[in-house]
Design a protein around this ligand. Structure first.
Ligand code: SAM
Ligand code: SF4
Ligand code: SF4
Length: 365
C-alpha cells in the first residue's frame, strides 16, 4: 500500500530537510527532478485497446469519486513546491485531461508559478484530441505552452477500432489544426505502435506529417499496467521504425534538444522536419530520467513502473505546510533508485507479472 512520508514531514530542522541550497533535488543516481506529470482524472472518453480495454474498464469499473481527486488548490500547492525545487516542466495528463472541468483555471494557476531563479515552468498537456476543436483557444489563453496529441492511425476504420468508442479520426485531425491556429506550439503527435495492430500505418503517418508544423513521435508499446496483456512480440523496435521510414524518406540522427529528453530525434535529410522515437523498451533512458508523476488522487510515483505511490494528499489534508511538503518531496526523491526499463530484460516473465504495476490511464503518460 501507499506509504506516507510522515517522518520527513514532521522534522523541520534544516538538516533533516535535506534541501540543497540551489533548491535542486537529486536522487540516488544524482538525477534531478525536472519534469512533473500530473494526472487530473482517471476517466476517459476513449477505450484504447492497449490502455483501457473495455473488458477491464467497463460499465461497472470503479473510477475515483470526486472528493478523492486532488483539487486544483492541492495540485497548485504541490506544483509550487516542486517548481521551487527545480521542476521546469509540468505536464497535465490522465485519463483524458480535457474531461476535467475548468482545466483552464488549473493551467492559469500553474502558469503563474515561478522557480527559485524566477523562471516560469513550461506547461504541457497530453490529450487524445477529441475536445481540442472546442478547447484549443481557451487552453492557449490560459497559458498552455506545449501540446501533445495522441494519434495512432490515419485510417478511420482502424482508428475507431483502436479507440473502441467509434470516434472518427477526422475530428482529432480538426482538433490538431484548431490547436495550431490558436497558436499552440510546439505540437507533437504521439503514435503508440503495436505490432499486428497499427504498425502498417507507420509510413502513412510519417508521409502525412512530414513538412507540417507537427512533430510525429513513435512510441514503443510498453508493459505498463496489467490489463493490456502486453507481450514483447508486439513491440516494434524504434530501429525498425527508423529504417522503414528512412527507406521512403531518408533520415539522419539529430542531437537531443534537452537533457533527459525521452525521444531520440531524427531529421529528414531533405530538411522538411523531423520525427522522434521513444524507445522505452529497446533502449531504456532511465539514466537521465528526471520525471515524477502524481496520480489523480495525489500519490507520487517516482517511476512509471513503480508498484507503490506515496500519499501526498494525506500530507496536504493532514495540514502539512509547504516546508513539510518540500521535506517529503526531497526525502522521496532522494531515496529514488528506479530504473525499471534498464532491468526489464533481466526479469523473468513471472517476476514481471508479480509486480503490481499501475495502469497508464491512472498515472498518465
Ligand atoms: N488520454 C490522453 C492521451 O491519450 O493522450 C492522455 C493520457 S494517455 C495514458 C498518455 C499517453 O500514453 C498516450 O499517448 C497513450 O498513447 C500512451 N500509452 C497508453 N498506454 C500505453 C502503452 N501500453 N504503451 C505506450 N504508450 C501508452
Ligand atoms: Fe484514454 Fe489516452 Fe488511454 Fe486512450 S491512451 S484510453 S485516450 S487515457
Ligand atoms: Fe524513468 Fe522508470 Fe521509465 Fe526508467 S522506467 S525511464 S526510471 S519512468
Amino acid at each position: 500500500m501507499a506509504s506516507t512520508p510522515t517522518a520527513a514531514g514532521s522534522d523541520r530542522t534544516a538538516g533533516a530537510l535535506r534541501l540543497p541550497s540551489s533548491g535542486r533535488l537529486a536522487d540516488r543516481f544524482d538525477r534531478p527532478l525536472r519534469d512533473l506529470r500530473i494526472s487530473v482524472t482517471d476517466r476517459c472518453n476513449f477505450r484504447c485497446v492497449y490502455c483501457m480495454p473495455r473488458s477491464v474498464f467497463g460499465r461497472d469499473y470503479a473510477f475515483l469519486d470526486r472528493d478523492e481527486l486532488l483539487s486544483f488548490e492541492e495540485i497548485e500547492r504541490i506544483a509550487r513546491v516542486a517548481v521551487a525545487h527545480g521542476v521546469r516542466k509540468i505536464r497535465l495528463t490522465g485519463g483524458e485531461p480535457l474531461l476535467r472541468r475548468g482545466l483552464e483555471d488549473l493551467i492559469a494557476r500553474l502558469a503563474a508559478l515561478r522557480g527559485a531563479d524566477g523562471i516560469r515552468p513550461e506547461i504541457a498537456l497530453t490529450t487524445n484530441g477529441s475536445a481540442l476543436t472546442v478547447k484549443a483557444r481557451s487552453l492557449k489563453d490560459a497559458g498552455l505552452d506545449r501540446l501533445t496529441v495522441s494519434l495512432d492511425s490515419l485510417d478511420d476504420e482502424l482508428f475507431q477500432r483502436m479507440n473502441d468508442v467509434r470516434f472518427p479520426v477526422a475530428r482529432v485531425l480538426e482538433g490538431i489544426d484548431a490547436a495550431h491556429e490558436a497558436g499552440l506550439a510546439p505540437i507533437k503527435l504521439n503514435m503508440v505502435v503495436k505490432r499486428g495492430l497499427n504498425d502498417g500505418e507507420i509510413e502513412a503517418m510519417a508521409t502525412r506529417f512530414k513538412g507540417t508544423p507537427y512533430t510525429l513521435r513513435f512510441i514503443e508499446y510498453m508493459d505498463v499496467g496489467t490489463s493490456n496483456g502486453w507481450s514483447l512480440d508486439e513491440v516494434v523496435p524504434s530501429a525498425e521504425i527508423v529504417e522503414r521510414i528512412s527507406a521512403l524518406h531518408p533520415l539522419e540522427p539529430a542531437a537531443p534538444a534537452a537533457p533527459g529528453e525521452t525521444a531520440a530525434r531524427w531529421r529528414y535529410a531533405d530538411g522538411t522536419g523531423e520525427i522522434g522515437v521513444i524507445s522505452s523498451v529497446t533502449n531504456a533512458f532511465c539514466g537521465t530520467c528526471n520525471r515524477a508523476r502524481i496520480s489523480t488522487e495525489g500519490k507520487l510515483f517516482t517511476c512509471l513502473f513503480a508498484t507503490e505511490g506515496h500519499d501526498l494528499r494525506a500530507l496536504l489534508r493532514g495540514g502539512a505546510d509547504d516546508e513539510q511538503l518540500a521535506a517529503a518531496l526531497s526525502s522521496l526523491w532522494g531515496a529514488r533508485d528506479d530504473r525499471y526499463s534498464e532491468i526489464r530484460s533481466s526479469l523473468t516473465p513471472e517476476l514481471r507479472a508479480a509486480r503490481n504495476r499501475i495502469e497508464m490511464s491512472y498515472i498518465g503518460g
